[in-house]
Structure formats: C-alpha cells, structure tokens
Write a protein that binds this ligand. Sequence first.
Ligand code: F6P
Length: 568
Amino acid sequence: MASPTLISDTEAWKDLKGHVEEIKKTHLRDLMADAERCKSMMVEFDGVLLDYSRQRATNETVDKLFKLAEEAKLKEKINRMYNGEHINSTENRSVLHEALRASRDSVIQSDGKNVVPEVWSVLDKIKDFSERVRSGSWVGATGKVLKDVVAVGIGGSFLGPLFVHTALQTDPEAIKFARGRQLRFLANVDPIDVARNITGLNPETTLVVVVSKTFTTAETMLNARTLREWISAALGPSAVAKHMVAVSTNLTLVEKFGIDPNNAFAFWDWVGGRYSVCSAVGVFPLSLQYGFSVVEQFLKGASSIDQHFYSAPHEKNIPVLLGLLSIWNVSFFGHPARAILPYSQALEKFAPHIQQVSMESNGKGVSIDGVLLPFEAGEIDFGEPGTNGQHSFYQLIHQGRVIPCDFIGVVKSQQPVYLKGEVVSNHDELMSNFFAQPDALAYGKTPKQLHKENVPPHLIPHKTFSGNRPSLSLLLPSLNAYNIGQLLAIYEHRIAVEGFVWGINSFDQWGVELGKSLATQVRKQLHASRTKGEPVEGFNFSTATLLTRYLEATADIPADPPTLLPRI
Ligand code: F6P
C-alpha cells in the first residue's frame, strides 16, 4: 500500500486523537505529583535546561508523539535538510541555515558543492570590513569615523538582527566593544520610521547598510532611496559610495542601485529570509556594532544546537521535544496560540522575531504535496517579557482562554542589581515570578481553597483558577552572545520539526505575495490620480470609497512635489 500523503491519515495520529481524550480527564495537579514523571521530563544540553513537566502529557503521550515523528519520517527529513537536498520544493532550494554557523572545517553540500568555504569567505570579509570601519581606517566622505549604522531591511532582513542586537545591548562583554557606536534599524516604509531613524544622526558619521535578500522588496528599496537622498543632500552624490553598503543575494541589483559590489556582502538562496540572521544579514550590522569576535560567539552557540538537533536521540533532543509538544497542543488539544514569555528584558524582541520564523514558516493550508490540510497547521505566536506581560495579557492566560506558554528564564542576569536591605536582589525578584507563574497556571486555585480563606461566596467564581494550563520552562545559564545563538537555533529547529511532522513546506512563503501585488495596483492608481487626475477605477465599492476619500483629503499635494525629508 502506498504511504499516506497526510500525517492525519496515519495510525499514530489517530491513536493520539484517542489518547488526548484520556489526557483531558487528568489534571496537572495530579500529573505534577508524580516526581518520576517530572524527572523524565527534564532535558539538559550545553547548559540549557528544558522542563516540560507542566505539559498535559504523560510518558505514554511522549512515546506516542515519537511514533508520530517516526510516521512523519522526522529523522529522514532532518537528514535531508542537513544533506542539502532541495526540501523547499516549491522554490526548488535547499535549506541550509545551519551551514552559516558551521565551523570552518565542516563540509556541508548543496548541489554537489561544499558551501562552508563560501560562508567563511564572506565571514572573513565581514570581519575585515567591520574592523576597518570600527578602527576608522574606512571613513566617511568628509574623513570622519563612521560610528553610527542604520540597517535598512524588513521581515527576516530586520527582525532577527534586531532581536540579537537588543539582547546584546546590555551584555557586559558586548557593551565593551560597542562603546561610542550605535546601530539602528529602519524597516517600515512609513516615513515616520525614517524620521525616527535619522533623528539625531549626522550623515557624515553614518553608514547605511541596505539589507535585502532579493533587493526588490518595495519597502526596503524606497527606504534605501530615501537614505541615499539624505546622504547626497548633505554630502553630495559621490558620498554615497563611502556611506552605503549592502547585504544581498542579488549583487547585480546592488550594483544597479549604485553600491559598489565590492562593498556588498553576499549570501545564498539556500538561506531563507527568516532564517538569515546568521548570514551577513545579521552578522554584518552586528559586527559593525560589537566587533566580529562577539558575533562569532553567537554563531558558535547556534552551531552547538545545530549539532545537538542533528545527532541527539528524540528523547534528549530539545528542538524535537519542543516541536512535538507544540503539535500536541495545536493539533490534539486544539490550542491555536502560544505565548513566548522571556523573563529578561534583553529578550524583548525575541517574540516578534519568532512570530515571523514560526508564522511565516508554518502558517500553511496545504501539505508539501499541495493537498488541502484537513487540520490547522501553524500557531499564533505572541509574547512580551515577564513581568510586563503579567500586567497586560496574563489575565486571559490564567482565567480566560488556554494558551500554552513558553517561560524562558536566565540564571545570571546581564545586569545584576542588589539593594542593601531588600529581601532579594532585583533579578531574584524577577525570577520569583518566572518560577511562580507556571505553577499558578498548572495548579490553579479551587473553590474549596477559597472557602477556607473565607472568600465571600459571591466572589468565589471570580477568584477561582481552573489550572491545568500547560507551559514549559527553558532555563539558560546566562545571556551572552553564545546563549543568544543557542536560543535562536532551538526555536528555528523546533519550528522545522513542527513543519516536518505536519508535512508542510516550512520554507516558502507564498502567502505574502497577494497583498504585495494588490498594493502595486493601488500604487499605480495613486500615481495616476495625483499626476493626471484620473478617477479611481477597478476597485470594489469599499476600496474605491476609501481611496477616493484619501485622495480628496490630500488634493493639495502637488503632482510633482520636490524632495521632502523628515524634519524632527
Ligand atoms: O515578508 C516576505 C518576505 O519575503 C520575508 O520572507 C523576507 O524576510 C522579507 O520579505 C524581506 O525580503 P528581502 O530580504 O528580500 O528584502
């Protein structure tokens, strides 16, 4: 018999469908009482501890999930990825972001060629160029040191680097290398983002890095042209060569834009945009800010997890366990969302980054073979650092909808604070919440307990916590560049595991195209209406009405306005 196309047709899936009904009869309060079970649900690798004992799962559940992984040929799919096969079939590409952080002597093949030497030749070029800028041997058009960098890019060419930059900004080691320098990110095509980015910057001391895999993304290219204008207006057009460099896979378009390809840093089509932070996309701007040696530690942390993911057995494999547990929550419990809750302000941009990695990867409606999925794939990711989130959306998590939570804690703070006479240090205070919240979710509070506390009867329903709400905890030893790399790779691979088991293509993103092409139609209409007074045509009633209102209210804008840059 031919093997089933969809994972939901397999015996392992059907078995889990039955099994979840049994698990629904249990309560985490009881599951947590079994110390042996809890012990078996703790996994440690390279200083990272995963505790998934607060998942609504037993050892039997985990075994059944491993069976599902087997049916999905998870290990074979991981091997195919690492072997450089074209697993991104709709774009006919391999998926090799792990090669971006492989050691110099590794061999990773794509299309019969070892890609590692190319990776390292770009890394060497980044090291050399960033050191020249940082040391002041590469200066701006007026001879001043380029101490400020604006990285222009969006989506994967922005969110990953922003996450890592935000996480490093308070790391004592990284701080030492960043003194006197700043790194900013211009992503949104909204001119307000331009204004925010150039405010307080002097073009004479600013290097603009245009980051775009394709070098065609509308937002990035308009922002790049805007900053080119900002530089030329202040320093003359010839200054652009000294003040603008690029990161792209499309060096032809880089040159057409007016950037010398010698000042461009390449990457390859086997690097997906949202998986590109370890390519020049992240490594170049971050090296300008922190120096290459710090960024190299970040790559090493990610590489450590790459090797773990490739070689550890499923029961000890952190990304595999995380991926399977997500599937358990989404596909069997039917929880559509997941909260990412880092108890570290340095990780404030982690959830926004993972939102893209996860939702652009796994938000799919068909299998990799194009068959309509009879189940929902992907999950809604959101999050905020604790304790801020506690004062925002945790009400819903505790008493409203069930949202499986990822609690991410750090043992040693980047910035410890102790106040004489306080009960605990500031970091201990933060971590008290990290340890308490998962138990509050798991155990809840019963009406019986409330009675005992003499809570007035009319308030008992309001003060009851059902508990039985799943979470998992990840504890990192510290938050240096290495650990940040580990965390990134854990989530990247977890998301791949989910996609491999759901049987989808986690590496394409056709869903972003339709909106882009409709915007092109609107852009043409706006141009025609503003320059030739053409009426709004070819849109539905709603869009036509809104467009007409917008055009009428801005009719004072001249047909061919002079260049205007933000003045704040
Ligand atoms: O949002 C769609 C997308 O294609 C992302 O996948 C990508 O990260 C982003 O646009 C930016 O693309 P580029 O790096 O080519 O400018």
